[in-house]
Each structure stands twice: as C-alpha cells, then as structure tokens.
Design a binder for this molecule. Structure first.
Ligand code: LLP
Length: 416
C-alpha cells in the first residue's frame, strides 16, 4: 500500500490525513484509492494490446457502485455471480455484452434477466444448469451464449476455503467429462457455445497453478477442435494473490505475459480473465477507533469499533491483515502485544492477533489491504449499521461513495 506513509507523526493516504477522514466521515470507515485501482486494472491490460481480450473484474471482491463505475470507465468487463451483481453493474453503466455470469446455482429468474439484457456469456457449471438455460432461452425465444467452467483439478496451493479447482470442490465440470458435455450442448437449439472457462482459487501467489490450469484447458480446446466444436474465447478466471504480509505474488502483467506465451498458437481465441482481489485489495483500508484497551493477566486487548461484521476475513480464513497505528510510533512509547478485537459477542471476533502496538483509548488503527472481500462481505450481525465508504479520487481529494447505514436501514422492510 505505497500510498500510505507517515509525515510529521501522522499517517497519510496520499496527501490526506487519516485522522481528517475519520473526523469528517466517522469510524469504522472504508477508504479506497481510485488511482491504485486504475493502476492495477491497467497492469492486466498493458501486455494485451496485441491480443483480443476482456478483463472481467470479479464484482464480488468489491461491488460498490463507485468502484464498478471507475472500472466501467476504464473499459472493464465484469464477472458476476447473482442478479444482484448484474443489476449493480448495469446501474454502474456496464455494457451487458461485457458481462460473464459465473456461479453454481443460477435461478430461472436470474437466467431470464441475464438473457433479457443480453450478457456476453453464461459460465455453465453443471449439466442440469445447461438444460435449464436452454429451456429458459427457448421460452424467451433467445439463444444463450455459454461456456463451460471446467474444473482442471490443479492444486491452487491456497487456503482450502478459497481453493476451487480441485476434484472435491463443488465448482465446475470435471475435465474428464468436458468433451461429453460440449457434445451434449451442440444438440440444444437455444444454446450457442462460445467459450471455455476455469477458475482454480483465490490468493494464488505462484505462477505455476495458472499455467497448469491453462495447459489442461488448452488440451480440451484441441480436442473440441478435432470434433469440429469451435469456441471464441478462453476464460482463465481470477485468483491472483496480493501481498498482505510477506507474500510475493507475481504481478498481473507477468502472469498475463506468461499466459500469452502459452496461447501463442491460439491467436483467434479472445482471452478473458476474472481478477477481483488483485485489483482492489491493496487499494483499500479500514479505519477503526480504539474504544478501550484492556489488560488482563498476560492478555492485552485493543477493543476497536470495527468487528467481524465489518471485515470477516481474519475470523473466517485466519487471514493476516496488517494493522498500522495512525500516530507514528516513537521509540519511547510503551508497547504491548495486543489482540485487536471488535465489539461482536463472539470469541472469533478478532481482527488481528498478537501485534506489538502502542495504543490508547480513542486512537485510530488502520487495517490494510481491506479493499477486497471487506465491505462486500460485511453484515449487520449484532445490529451494527455497515460502515461508510470513501473514495480518494486523487492525492488530495476524497468523496463519500456510500453513506454509513442508519438505524432505520437496519429494520427496513420488517414489521412488528
Ligand atoms: N471468478 C470466479 C468464478 C470466482 O469464484 C472468483 C472468486 C473470482 C473470479 C475472483 O477471484 P480473485 O481474483 O478475487 O481471487 N472471500 C475470500 C475470497 C473468495 C473468492 C471467491 N471467488 C477472501 O476474502 O479471501
């Protein structure tokens, strides 16, 4: 997060003081850098000027309208997994022809709506889904563009909860059954086969799983060709990891240039990718205020106003996320090894374990790399309104992109 630095003892994001943001908008507060998002998105594109491609941002990583709108302006496509995400991307101004629809459980009404607006492609995850899409398209007198999400059975070498490309995962169609399902699809009148797809997991920090998956998928492309089934695009999913701590993931442009080499003999295929985290994670931070410090036996707690309801990654995946104090630490400060915990009545409500900090009541702490799977996974558990979100539009300007939820928002739609 190179836009964060200390100056005169306080933490700044670009030229904006974190303390000013907290004062103006309150805490907990999500803050994103538009410049960082732009730079990460363009890093995917820069190696692809000589090749037909579409970078379909995975909306689930951060689905705030302003983030989507920024990506629309940069020319992004979108990977969605629900009608809610579809409606969001459309409101943000996305061209439906640049939207691919992933997910294992697409409902009839979701399929209807996607056909009605004319999305680029359904990434089909099972035989039953294929028949359902054909039936819905027939009813609407439309032709559905589809690709199959093939499970290449490669080890993404990541946390088991976010690994999706192994045989035992619920996602995709096994690579052994791939040909069979493509053959079945050719006989359906309302299906137009346009592509092949895979996504093997998230927070991948090595290049090899991407290349292994590409090999498996290309082997299927060859077999399809020999059966006269011609596709237009190959979608290699998302999953590129980011640096939370000491990880050293390859850059997007490096991955893309390696994939480009693999695809050198497939120049007619459009290359699609579905990155989420690598575009937004390190654009974002969560500012939280210390409500209390508590020292008990050998345990030291920094009790803050953000919890697992605002940022569930540490509780759900044991994810390590950097915590920075807003006040620059001085050598003379008294420090303790703190657990940074939230207000939620669960022992797992811990944002960070065992961090050496010097903090006092009312100080601010900053949880870094919170731009992906932060707000988008937030809930109202324990009836906490969800935080506000702010965009740093450049080095010195910022604007509110989502109001803090009000108490009325908490019970909207409910009756006594
Ligand atoms: N495409 C598909 C079909 C996906 O399921 C995902 C993520 C992506 C693309 C984007 O992957 P990314 O580039 O963001 O790694 N909540 C977890 C991550 C879950 C990822 C789910 N699928 C976390 O906070 O680590």
């Amino acid at each position: 997060m190179d836009f964060l630095h200390y100056e005169k003892g306080q933490l700044l994001a670009g030229k904006v003081a974190i303390s000013e943001l907290a004062k103006q908008y309150g805490t907990p507060l999500y803050v994103y850098s538009a410049e960082y998002i732009t730079q990460q998105f363009l890093d995917y594109q820069k190696e692809l000027t000589d090749r037909k491609h579409l970078i379909c941002y995975a909306v689930k990583a951060n689905s705030s309208l302003a983030v989507l709108h920024l990506l629309v302006k940069l020319g992004a496509g979108f990977d969605i997994v629900s009608q809610g995400e579809l409606e969001r991307t459309l409101i943000a101004g996305a061209d439906p022809k640049k939207i691919v629809f992933s997910g294992v459980a697409k409902s009839i009404s979701e399929i209807e709506r996607a056909l009605e607006v004319g999305i680029k492609c359904f990434n089909v995850e099972s035989e039953a889904e294929l028949y359902r899409i054909n039936d819905v398209a027939k009813k609407l007198n439309k032709i559905a563009n589809i690709s199959f999400r093939i499970n290449p059975d490669v080890d993404a070498k990541t946390h088991p909860y976010i690994s999706t490309g192994l045989r035992e995962n619920k996602f995709g169609i096994s690579h052994q059954s791939a040909l069979d399902i493509y053959r079945k699809a050719t006989s359906l009148d309302h299906i137009h086969i346009v592509g092949i797809d895979c996504h093997i997991g998230s927070q991948l920090t090595e290049t090899s799983p991407f290349l292994d998956a590409a090999d498996r998928i290309l082997a299927i492309v060859d077999k399809l060709k020999s059966e006269n089934i011609h596709i237009k695009h190959i979608d290699l999913g998302g999953g590129l990891g980011v640096r939370y701590d000491q990880e050293q993931p390859p850059s997007a442009s490096l991955i893309v240039s390696e994939l480009k080499k693999k695809l050198a003999n497939y120049r007619d295929l459009e290359l699609l990718l579905e990155p989420g985290r690598s575009i937004v994670a390190n654009s974002g931070l969560l500012i939280t205020k210390v409500e209390y410090t508590k020292h008990q036996d050998d345990n030291h707690f920094a009790i803050v106003d953000a919890g697992m309801n605002d940022l569930i990654r540490p509780a759900l995946y044991q994810a390590w996320m950097r915590v920075l104090p807003e006040k620059e630490p001085k050598p003379s400060d008294q420090r303790f090894i703190y657990n940074v915990v939230g207000p939620i009545c669960e022992s797992s409500d811990v944002l960070a374990y065992q961090r050496e900090l010097s903090v006092q009541q009312d100080d601010l702490l900053i949880i870094c790399s919170a731009g992906a799977y932060g707000f988008s996974m937030a809930s109202n558990y324990n009836s906490h309104p969800r935080p506000a979100e702010v965009m740093l539009t450049d080095e010195q300007h910022h604007k509110l992109i989502r109001q803090r939820e009000s108490f009325d928002d908490l019970w909207r739609g409910e009756t006594l």
